[in-house]
Write a protein that binds this ligand. Structure first.
Ligand code: ATP
Ligand code: MG
Length: 396
């Protein structure tokens, strides 16, 4: 076992459940991560206690998912999810079980979990429970379904996305039978809620192996959002050259898909996946800037910054460096560092100053634009005096 130990709040929840005669284990992602020597980002507990019992044991518990047996216990400001051992009924929509049933034993609970690496339980003291060989699979860095892969993906098509997303995040290989089932059953994913697909895709893009987007696509999991699959190998590995932030990585994925002829428009693709408006707008603009010629001078950079804003121009510069090579980001950083004016905000005169000179409406707006243009070309002249004189002189 790794040197990582659960926080005391989590241990307290486990021992409180045990003290009342219930079985209680750490389970799922936290056990997998501990075995990998990675500090878990959340801690899940499974227990033989029924949700109502969990609610009575812990005064600061909230019934967050009672239907599925989940209660969130707050200990020392930490949220710990406690879920009653359960099994799941049939899955008529390939995503949600029609009913869940609470059960008394751990093995049944572990058998409903997606992958062997996620179906290991660890009691506060005593032996690790690993009925499906998850520890060996973690050792061999393999993602393998618990039970028969085709049946597990028929039950819940999202598991196919999860398999590839975990492979990208953990740098694991998908076991052959599990992978074959993904290729076979990918069409079932057409029924999944867009938001679930988007969230899985984002986790994959933010992982250290975003190039597995290629696997997702060649399996057919994104067919619903694409005109066609790429003909050759699309250079998705370049996405890894971008910072691990949603905006540049979504934008890069969309640009690469467009260049491979898989989508007609960056904007429409991201909108179909229900990305937020800011990501859609910035990505569409950054993609358009990528098509335009590279700014060759500080003045050209400042014009872009004026027209598109810092976030979009920065995104397009990062994108250009990662997808095409070059040093755009560095050139842009130098312009931003210079502190030279490229927006109305930093102009030495304001609309009020021009009002005081008697300018109104459209004339006032045109004058502000003219002054900004002037200052972009002559940054040393961004002073109130020079600009007011210029405004007066030009008006006369
Ligand atoms: P992460 O690090 O992404 O949180 P995780 O394994 O904790 O990984 P969660 O989505 O938090 O993933 O789910 C917790 C546990 O619940 C999983 O480890 C797995 O045992 C089980 N689980 C989650 N989603 C599914 C699913 N769709 N089908 C079967 N079991 C699932
Ligand atoms: Mg988790």
């Amino acid at each position: 076992m790794s040197a990582i130990t659960p926080p005391s709040a989590v241990r307290q929840v486990l021992t409180a459940l045990q003290a009342r005669g219930h079985l209680a284990y750490l389970v799922g992602g936290c056990v997998r991560d501990m075995l990998l020597g990675v500090t878990p980002h959340d801690w899940d507990i499974c227990t033989s206690a029924l949700p109502e019992e969990v609610l009575t044991i812990f005064p600061h518990a909230e019934p967050t998912g009672l239907k599925h047996g989940t209660v969130t216990v707050w200990e020392h400001k930490r949220a710990v999810e406690v879920t009653t051992f359960r099994t799941e009924g049939s899955y008529s929509d390939h995503r949600h079980p029609d009913a869940v049933c609470f059960v008394a034993d751990l093995r049944t609970d572990l058998s409903r979990r997606d992958f062997t690496m996620n179906a290991i339980a660890l009691p506060p003291d005593g032996l690790i429970a690993d009925p499906f060989g998850g520890v060996d699979d973690i050792r061999n860095r393999l993602i393998r379904c618990v039970g028969e892969p085709e049946r597990r993906f028929e039950e819940d098509a999202l598991r196919m996305f999860r398999a590839i997303r975990f492979a990208a995040k953990l740098n694991f290989t998908i076991e052959a039978e599990t992978l074959a089932a993904i290729y076979k059953l990918a069409p079932l994913s057409a029924a999944l809620a867009v938001e679930r697909v988007r969230d899985e895709l984002e986790k994959l893009l933010l992982s250290s192996h975003p190039e597995l987007l290629g696997t997702l696509i060649s399996a057919g999991l994104l067919d619903r959002y694409l005109r066609r699959r790429p003909e050759g190998e699309a250079p998705f590995s370049r996405i890894a050259l971008l910072p691990r932030k949603a905006l540049p990585r979504w934008c890069a994925a969309a640009v690469l898909l467009k260049e491979a002829g898989c989508i007609a428009s960056v904007q429409d693709f991201l909108a179909a996946l229900r990305l937020d408006n800011r990501t859609i707008r910035c990505s569409a603009d950054a993609a358009a800037l990528l098509e335009a010629s590279v700014p060759k001078s500080a003045v050209e950079w400042k014009r872009q910054l004026r027209d598109y804003g810092v976030e979009t121009v920065r995104c397009s510069a990062k994108l250009r460096d990662a997808l095409r090579g070059g040093r755009s980001e560095r050139a842009l950083a130098a312009v931003l560092k210079s502190g030279e004016c490229f927006s109305m905000k930093h102009l030495a005169v304001s609309g009020d100053d021009l009002l005081a000179l008697g300018l109104r409406g459209r004339t006032l707006g045109d004058m502000l634009n003219f002054l900004l243009d002037y200052v972009i070309s002559f940054p040393g002249n961004n002073t109130r005096e020079i600009l007011l004189n210029l405004a007066k002189g030009t008006e006369e």
